[in-house]
Design a binder for this molecule. Structure first.
Ligand SMILES: Nc1ncnc2c1ncn2[C@@H]1O[C@H](COP(=O)(O)OP(=O)(O)O)[C@@H](O)[C@H]1O
Ligand SMILES: [Mg+2]
Length: 319
């Protein structure tokens, strides 16, 4: 019998989806892609395949999961299987450089970014392109904000690069990026399911750059100053500008991405810059509850279950 196959490598991110699939009585199974054997001459099982491989997989001890997923996706598509977030999505997931190229070609502005291969070239590149300005250093293959750092001066950047705490990007590629200063410490993350805008969530960045919305990533209130009222870190907002939304939907369609969370910042001058496309996205359950979306098709997991359920239904009707 055909079913939904979830390709992933992080069990902690699965429960909200599993719950939504079970709620809709959708048959599903998981493919945990850290190791395995695949006979490329044999047909894959039938069904709808949903790729949730994450750019940060290497940080969970799954160094080659993204490479394995690329190979498995090639096998699935060669056999004509329906893949949601197929090879085009994975290609973007693991490279911010490729994200920015695709975004810019659809009229979506991205922060000024310089690509640097080689630890020894980073300081010279910062001096040349961002002289005296604060700069963000981030890995080309990112995820969860790990390794994203703001340097106020080239001296502090140079000190980090010379130190033992320096961590090389997993693909060898550094990005130096203009620091986008928002008037308030917030970024916006717009969620798309089935290629269509679902909702946007505002994320409070006062505590730092690690912004994974999943419950499994929550670090508690340790950073909340004693006596201060705890702030809500994630808040669902009314909407995003229609022109931006339309451009992002076109960009996703052209890139073959059907599920995504796209992050942007609007600076004091009103420029909106998109800096991160997550094809493996998680949803914040508290924010969804406060917005009255829990358990409905207007929640992230609910929308994905409805979308994949409809795809499965279509597949079975055509069989
Ligand atoms: N150019 C930038 N200017 C200001 N803040 C940034 C910039 N790039 C990243 N950040 C902050 O760091 C966080 C993580 O960066 P991001 O590019 O999304 O990396 P990741 O792919 O690891 O999530 C962002 O959500 C944002 O808060
Ligand atoms: Mg991000």
């Amino acid at each position: 019998m055909s079913r939904i196959h979830i390709l992933h490598e992080n069990a902690a991110w699965l429960p909200p989806l599993a719950q939504a699939f079970d709620h809709h009585r959708l048959p599903w199974t998981e493919w945990f892609l850290d190791a395995g054997t695949f006979d490329l001459a044999a047909p894959p099982p039938h069904g709808v395949f949903y790729n949730r491989m994450s750019a940060s997989s290497h940080t969970r001890g799954h160094r080659f999961s993204a490479e394995l997923t690329a190979a498995v996706l090639a096998w699935l598509t060669r056999w004509g299987r329906r893949v949601v977030n197929g090879p085009g999505a994975l290609d973007l997931e693991i490279s911010k450089t490729r994200q920015y190229a695709a975004l810019e070609s659809h009229g979506v502005a991205t922060p000024r970014t310089v690509l640097v291969a080689g630890r020894e070239h980073v300081v010279a590149a910062a001096l040349r392109h961002f002289a005296g300005q604060p700069v963000i250093l981030k890995p080309n293959r990112g995820g969860k904000g790990l390794g994203v750092q703001l340097f106020a001066s080239t001296d502090s950047l140079a000190a980090y690069l010379a130190s033992d705490t320096y961590e090389a990007p997993v693909d060898g590629l550094h990005l130096l990026q203009e620091y986008v200063r928002a008037p308030r410490p917030f970024i916006t993350r717009a969620e798309f399911v089935g290629g269509r805008y679902l909702y946007a969530v505002e994320v409070d960045t006062s505590d730092g750059f690690e912004l994974c919305p999943a419950d499994a990533c929550a670090i508690g209130d340790a950073n909340c100053p004693v006596g201060a009222a705890p702030r809500e870190k994630f808040t669902i907002i009314d909407g995003i500008p229609v022109a931006l939304r339309t451009r992002l939907e076109r960009f996703l369609a052209a890139a073959g991405v059907e599920v995504a969370g796209i992050e942007f910042i609007t600076d004091a001058a009103g420029r909106t810059l998109v800096y991160d496309v997550n094809t493996n996205t998680n949803y914040n359950p508290d924010a969804e509850a406060r917005a009255g979306r829990t358990g409905t098709a207007r929640s992230g997991p609910g929308a994905i279950a409805a979308f994949l359920g409809a795809e499965l239904h279509r597949l079975r009707a055509a069989a």
